[in-house]
Design a protein around this ligand. Sequence first.
Ligand code: 0PR
Length: 379
Amino acid sequence: MDKKVSKIISKLLKFYERTPKHFEGKILGSMTTYPHALAIYAYNLFICTNYGDPFIFSALKKMEEEILLEISKWYGETKLYGYITSGGTESNFLSIISAMMRNSCKNRVVLAPDTVHVSIIKASRILGLKLVTIPTNNSPIDPCVLENYVRKYEPCIIIVTAGTTELGIIDPVEEVAKISKEYNVYMHVDAAYGGLLIPFLYKAGRIKQDLRFYKGVSSISIDFHKNGLTPIPSGMILYKNKNDLENICFDASYTLYGKYCGLLGTRPGGPVASVWAMVKYYGFDGYYEQAINMHDLARYTYEKLQGIKDICVYEPILPIVVFKHRRIPYIELLYKLVRKGYYLYKSPSVKGLRIVVMPHLRKEHIDEFIRVLEELVKE
Ligand code: 0PR
């Protein structure tokens, strides 16, 4: 091998060596996982394609159509419109843009429960809208309270979350949709985390709420790079109406396609191919089974944590387990765990630590973590 190449490779390997690996089971707080081998293959095969140019790379458009046809069924529809994005942040931005492009937008207000993801705060600020958040005390939003806010602020868009970032709470999508419909307000559901869990856990009777395009819902964001086993960056925004999708596309008359969509220009085709491959490989039944396994492991983690003295745990709704120690401040505990090689995230609203049970995690990883945590809190 060329000497220069082998030198660079050995340096790359050194960087890789000091990178935490998912399969070691110590990345516990991040909503990332190791992608499926088939998804990586699909991604690499399409590595030089540009989804921003579906004229030259028309296969991507065909795959997009097939993805939409399949997953529409998962959300109770026959035909949805949509776009593969770089993830939840871009999808959430796009939902606000779609809402702004409708003529019905009187006030530049985004209305959302205070559990909303930071990407909505970021998008509102960048797009020059005022974000009004409704206090929830870490509960699903009360539709009656939300209705009062709708009357008062006449928002441009209502955004609720199906699987909040800190606790996995599911807002009452169906009830909020009724309000959106009645007041004719664009409604977006941020299901970046919960989108590939809720339909399956609902069907299994593990949660009380489903995720569907109830009348009044305009768009839903789901992320494949979270629970869909595709490489980062791959999310998706789903629309009920074609017009809302067209509103995120802009003229680019010098290209053969004539327009480009979303926030990026040149954008990777790999995510489209990998989402297509995973949708075909797993389908509803495969993701169903995966969701059950993750939910079981989250329940197991919850029970194990309950067994540790002075630890209080929040019962998981989706596979997110949040806990805290009665005396050790959560940030202190977080960094104690970092020193043991464990990466958890914070749930600042409850001053707790967050474990997200992702597809790569196994019971042995949790057992080892519990052992380390038990020792740490004893010290
Ligand atoms: N909506 C919800 C409910 C989310 O949990 C997330 C991600 C997003 C939107 C944004 O998705 P993308 O990150 O794909 O754009 N929340 C993750 C988390 O908090 C991912 C994350 C992690 C985002 C670290 C930013 C960050 O700095 O774990």
